[in-house]
Design a protein around this ligand. Sequence first.
Ligand code: ADP
Ligand code: MG
Length: 375
Amino acid sequence: MKSIVMKDIRKNYGKVEVVKGLDITVDSGEKLILLGPSGCGKSTILRMIAGLEDITSGELYLGGQKVNHLRSGERNVSMVFQNYALFPHMTVEDNITYGLRINKVNEDEISRRKTDVMKTLELSGLEKRKPRELSGGQRQRVALARAVAKQSCFLLLDEPLSNLDVQLREHARKELVRIHEKFGQTMVYVTHDQVEAMTVGDRIALFSEGKVQMLDTPQNVYNCPANVFTAKFIGSPSCNIIGAREKNGFVEVGNQVFSLSAQWAGCLRGKEDLCLGISPEQIELRETPRDNAIKGVVRYCENYGHKTSVFIENGGTELVASTEESRFGPGDVVYMTFPQDKIHFFDKKTGHNVGYPENIARSCENDSLYKRRIA
Ligand code: ADP
Ligand code: MG
């Protein structure tokens, strides 16, 4: 039983509330990602779980035990900090084993754990080096090795890969998942990087301004965004969100209309203040007119090699489409279709997804989305 339960957890700094009521259960052995823009409260939440920051109100349970008033050392947690926080005057092996000696683990056991984590994290041979004699990637692995060697039930990671270059980050990401498979701790992983969130997480809690916007699997967060914030945060380039209104089974976009499926039309009937959401990679782009397509003019293209982002103007609205082809250029007239099972509609005032799943059978199978959604 290694679950983490947060019940209406709040955090104030003076009069400012930076965490505004968290109700999250992290299952035993789960990898939960706290994702969100800088300053939204991710580190504060992690530090409250670790016991490095007081909880203003609410209850925190680790492994079934209420821990609000326990010191960090009594919580069975280990944490990896963004800046690694290694002891500069200690060797790699001393950095890894220092905490174990403080906790009076016996020397044979210390030696066994040290050898094991150093091998797993490919640090063998670096035992006697000081942190300044290591590369960024090696320092990051030492910080991780130190946390893993503690063999605590809860592994907390605060943007552990953000100081690494892109290639190293990809490698380290895979390594982290492998380590988790081997040791099976309950993991809370903070990042602002959606790729890390999508690839590492069992579930993602997406935050904005101290509140959860959506809590679900990476697939559901991507396929069925609960609200406009989620749709815009996930995906690169991000989801197109454009003003739209339903009228007699058609939807107006810019100065044109396209027809809706009977299901969508029924679901949206009479709803005027809507936003349409469509991911750039879901827009089908052609050079010739076809049924139910919206006409636009290409303004700008960004070629990434494997795909191109095509920025298209349609009656004062700008959309971006991703395509594997690079034949489009500024001034080209294009025809866009929006597959009916890939579009989302959001309430303009609340930002909530109005379509899924109550009224429409979507390609996404998990119907627990709205039950688990918190915002
Ligand atoms: P994130 O990790 O998501 O970037 P943080 O949890 O570090 O965000 O910070 C959330 C908010 O709380 C920010 O507005 C930040 O300025 C504020 N904050 C963080 N630590 C303190 C502190 N010790 N005193 C006052 N405000 C703080
Ligand atoms: Mg932070």
